[in-house]
Design a protein around this ligand. Structure first.
Ligand code: SF4
Ligand code: SF3
Length: 524
């Protein structure tokens, strides 16, 4: 195969096949893609060394595996120096384990493998990239799982097995879903024990006059530290993208200078940040190549990096971000922004505790027919115009149906006012992508009350995908035996025709078609 780079891990991959030229659609350059492959190959070498010398593996081994995998997720790390530094640390750790004889893996062997093997190994690799992101977030709050960490290493070794066939790889694919469920449960425990259970909360979109900072990504720990460091400094803080659900956690919403949410989903950032008189801190994905109009105001931390932008290191001293906010001064007057449908506020905080504490009312509403059907319309947002499907779908849901949502795909419709059913707003945001765990808990609880399987509930899943966390969540839903999921806006390029056939036959996965047709089928 002739190519400068090979990457097909996200939904916007070139031609729905693979990014193979000088740069990917996301802006990742070929040399960066090759370094990410080199790092991944080294992680497989480290995982082999950890398996061979288990007694010497340590927390440092786990941390390097998780951070390395997280760094290669879409829209996280575009910085060659940072990737090279990680590669050196991985090699050092492998030597410490005594694993000099454990070879790194040449990722070209994967990209050039038989398409079904490549497909299954990609599901494993991309799935554990997502798992690693969630395990990383739990770990920064002090919550770690030996089982999750050991599986990540085992799965990396599986990716490096050149003589494994479908029979050996398929169980590992399904295991990714099982372990991700455990990992999301761990992160849920970490978040709720640290910050309290999310409470339904209305979040404004007005940016008040004066200095402010916009915080993007998924890392609640970074947000908490920033809120502490900006306390009494005359600097307000606004969430962006996947940070929106932070407003619902008691231990975060208590900060009066956590004012509201700015902007919509990640793919609109280059337009929305262009004339922002404030710094933007990226704690995780999704970072797009910063335009010159605002590049000097972008800061990164954790595993996120962009060449030339200021990176806040492990000491988490956000002074440069705060100084930038004070220097820029913010808006001279309060400024009202809106969502993509013109709404001026959004609701969040309908995580499992909030919904299940009113479970009797949900059950009564379903039994009485006040709620005819529940849709889970969630997942990632992205740039493809066909994603307007999700806005149209939600707009067309009948008035006696509820829409649960999560992750950044909600920005397609979360500012709509679709009214209420009893005490419930018709659109309920359960949180970030990892809060798919909340949706699973609610669905399982309802199935128990109704004495049926989740598949027999009046519940349909209409999911949008973009990056690799969506892969591990989808595998978790399959592990739970959930059937007939609609997936859009396009099917993953790394799913080969044979693997797709398996997914369709076993799980009834289908691509989204039109909102009218899909609604008719789901309600029929
Ligand atoms: Fe292409 Fe997506 Fe890979 Fe970027 S992450 S290079 S857009 S497939
Ligand atoms: Fe979004 Fe990037 Fe997937 Fe956490 S921030 S869901 S795309």
């Amino acid at each position: 195969m002739e190519h400068k780079m090979f990457c097909f891990q996200c939904e916007q991959t070139a031609g729905c096949r693979a990014c193979t030229a000088n740069a990917g659609v996301c802006g990742k350059k070929a040399d960066t893609a090759l370094l990410q492959d080199q790092l991944t190959g080294a992680l497989i070498g480290l995982a082999r060394a950890a398996a061979a010398h288990r007694e010497k593996a340590s927390e440092n081994t786990d941390r390097l595996l998780l951070e390395g995998l997280f760094s290669t997720l879409t829209n996280v790390n575009f910085d060659n120096d940072s990737l090279l530094a990680q590669f050196a640390l991985v090699e050092e750790e492998k030597a410490r384990l005594g694993g000099q004889d454990c070879a790194d893996y040449d990722m070209n062997r994967l990209w050039e493998a038989d398409e079904d093997i490549r497909s299954l190994k990609s599901l494993i690799l991309l799935g554990i990239r997502g798992v690693a992101a969630y395990a990383y977030h739990a770990a920064v709050l002090g919550y770690k799982s030996q089982r999750v960490n050991e599986f990540v290493a085992t799965a990396l070794c599986a990716v490096g097995m050149d003589d494994w066939g479908m029979d050996q790889l398929l169980p590992v694919v399904m295991k990714v879903g099982e372990v991700n469920l455990e990992c999301m449960a761990l992160l849920d425990q970490a978040n709720t024990e640290t910050y309290g259970n999310p409470e339904p909360t209305r979040v404004g979109m007005t940016v008040e006059k004066g200095p402010f900072i916009v915080v993007s990504g998924h890392d609640l720990h970074d947000l908490k530290l920033l809120l502490e460091q900006t306390r009494d400094k005359g600097v307000n803080v606004y969430t962006h993208g996947e940070m929106l659900p932070a407003h619902a956690y008691p231990e975060l919403k208590k900060y009066s200078h956590l004012k509201g949410n700015f902007g919509t989903a990640w793919q609109n950032q280059q337009r929305e940040f262009a004339s922002l008189p404030a710094p933007i801190l990226f704690t995780t994905n999704c970072l797009m190549p910063p335009r010159d109009t605002y590049a000097d105001r972008v800061f990164t931390t954790g595993v996120v990096a962009w060449p030339g932008t200021v990176h806040i290191g492990r000491d988490k001293d956000f002074t440069p971000v705060i100084e930038k906010a004070l220097e820029l001064g913010g808006f001279a007057e309060d400024r009202q922004f809106t969502g993509i449908n013109g709404g001026d506020s959004v609701m969040t905080g309908f995580a499992h505790n909030a919904v299940l504490s009113a479970a009797d009312k949900v059950v009564a509403a379903v039994k009485s027919g006040a709620v005819r059907h529940i849709f889970l319309v969630g997942g990632c947002d992205g740039a493809r115009p066909s994603r307007s499907y999700f806005t149209d779908f939600v707009k067309q849901t009948p008035a006696d149906t509820l829409v649960l949502t999560l992750a950044c795909g909600k920005y397609r419709f979360n500012d709509l006012n679709l009214g209420t059913i009893g005490e419930f707003p018709r659109i309920m945001d359960m949180g970030q992508c990892n809060d798919a765990y909340s949706a699973i808990k609610v669905a399982s609880a309802l199935a128990e009350v109704f004495g049926c399987s989740v598949n027999d509930l009046p519940l349909s899943l209409v999911l949008s995908w973009y990056e690799q966390k969506a892969v591990c969540i989808l595998l978790t839903l399959l592990h739970l035996g959930i059937k007939n999921i609609l997936l859009g806006p396009s099917l993953p390029a790394f799913v080969s025709p044979n693997v797709l056939k398996f997914l369709v036959e076993q799980f009834g996965i289908a691509p989204t078609s039109t909102p009218e047709k899909d609604l008719q089928t789901l309600l029929g």
